[in-house]
Design a protein. Structure first.
Length: 405
């Protein structure tokens, strides 16, 4: 007798099925097709700054003269970590180099933080809308994001702290914030941060804080979560060189915490991937040698761009957008029912003077079904002249689209 044959179909994992497409990049194919047709696409969909990367970073790599491109320490180059600690100290963030682990971008720092601090099935509370890739990191780590919705009418201020308290269960292990916020540009006040501090202390939770945009605050300084007193061992701060120094391709970030147990756990994951990239660390270390006023000009430039974008949006019929306080993003409500379809239509069907604009549909920044369908995120990372042309496209497109419907 022959053994029975069992039919089996190879499939991808549930994790792979559940991983969402990026709302920032999922329309890229349509943009590329438009460009192949000779159409100018104004990219307001992605936070890719056009500010030049500091020469000192490029020169450091060119002058490295390495005979062998070796691994570095899994925690990162020691002199780099020491200089980064000094940078934080200058910002009144009292940490030692041993509190810092260098990562492959802020993305790896977030994933390592989740995997070191949380078990599969654990939950974290996150104000939405939030950076869409948090969902992917959560899926990869096997944890669940519990959203607390902030509103565009409030400028995306922190929701009432009681709404966080109501969501806390035995599975809740932390709260995650981004400050200044991506995608909203909101900057949490000291009072809001103190409310979060008191809650994590009361409920014995971690506080994960993405602070990639701290140098870009236009109405005042940003208070780091690492300066919150009484919860030093509960805070895990995420940083990155991508946005500060317009070096997104370098993929250098940092995980910073005074919790030594977390550092030891994250170090195991760091060792498993061997080391951060050597040349990019050399470039990032060089950036820390820039003068203290380096960010003044960059900050002023982004503020001008923000004001240009917001002024144009305010003049468009049916568009609602409050002025963001930090980062280089704005969330706008448009007079359309479905911005996923609208943003696709902009790339496939709409042209003004043989140009169009690419935006990020906001639904991908929410996890609550149905939210964000009439909102978009705009990244003001282009020069003022380009932003005005992009806004010309958007204003004309909204008129055509509404007539079409």
């Amino acid at each position: 007798m022959h053994a029975p044959i069992f039919a089996r179909m190879i499939t991808i994992s549930e994790r792979g099925k559940n991983m969402p497409s990026s709302p920032i990049r999922k329309l890229a194919t349509y943009a590329e097709n438009a460009k192949k047709e000779g159409v100018k696409v104004f990219h307001l969909n992605i936070g890719q700054p056009d500010i030049e990367t500091p020469n000192i970073m490029m020169e450091a790599v060119q002058n490295a003269h390495l005979k062998v491109l070796e691994y570095t320490d899994s925690a990162g180059i020691l002199s780099f970590r020491q200089k980064l600690a000094a940078y934080y100290n200058s910002k009144n963030i009292q940490v030692d180099y041993s509190d810092i682990l260098i990562t492959i971008g802020g993305s790896e720092a977030i994933l390592f933080a989740f995997m070191a601090c949380l078990d599969a099935g654990d939950e974290i509370i996150v104000p939405e809308p939030f950076y869409a890739n948090y969902i992917g990191f959560a899926i990869a780590a096997g944890i669940k994001i519990i959203p607390i919705t902030s509103t565009i009418e409030s400028g995306f201020a922190l929701p009432p702290i009681e709404s966080f308290r109501e969501k806390i269960t035995l599975k809740t292990k932390g709260i995650f914030i981004c400050n200044p916020n991506n995608p909203t540009g909101y900057v949490y006040s000291e009072q809001e941060l103190l409310q979060i501090r008191d809650l994590i202390k009361e409920k014995d939770l971690y506080l994960f804080s993405d602070e990639a945009y701290t140098e870009f605050s236009y109405e005042g300084l940003v208070k780091s979560t690492l300066t919150l007193e009484g919860v030093e061992d509960r805070v895990i701060m995420i940083d990155t060189f991508s946005k500060k120094y317009s070096a997104c391709g370098a993929r250098i970030g940092a995980l910073v915490t005074k919790n030594k147990s977390v550092i030891e756990a994250v170090m195991k994951f760091s060792q498993a991937r061997l080391s951060p990239p050597t040349l990019e660390q050399i470039a990032a270390e060089a950036a820390l040698g820039l003068p203290e006023n380096y960010f003044d000009a960059t900050r002023a430039e982004y503020k001008k761009r923000r004001d240009t974008l917001i002024n144009r949006l305010h003049k468009m019929d049916g568009v609602y957008c409050q002025s963001p306080q930090g980062a280089f993003y704005a969330m706008a409500k448009l007079p359309v029912d479905d911005t996923d379809e609208f943003c696709k239509w902009l790339l496939t069907d709409f042209r003004k003077d043989n140009s169009t604009v690419m935006l990020a549909p906001a639904s991908g920044f929410y996890t609550t079904p149905g939210l964000g369908k009439n909102q978009v995120r705009l990244a003001y990372v282009l020069q003022e002249q380009e932003i005005n042309k992009a806004m010309d496209c958007l204003e004309a497109a909204l008129k055509v689209y509404r007539e079409k419907l």
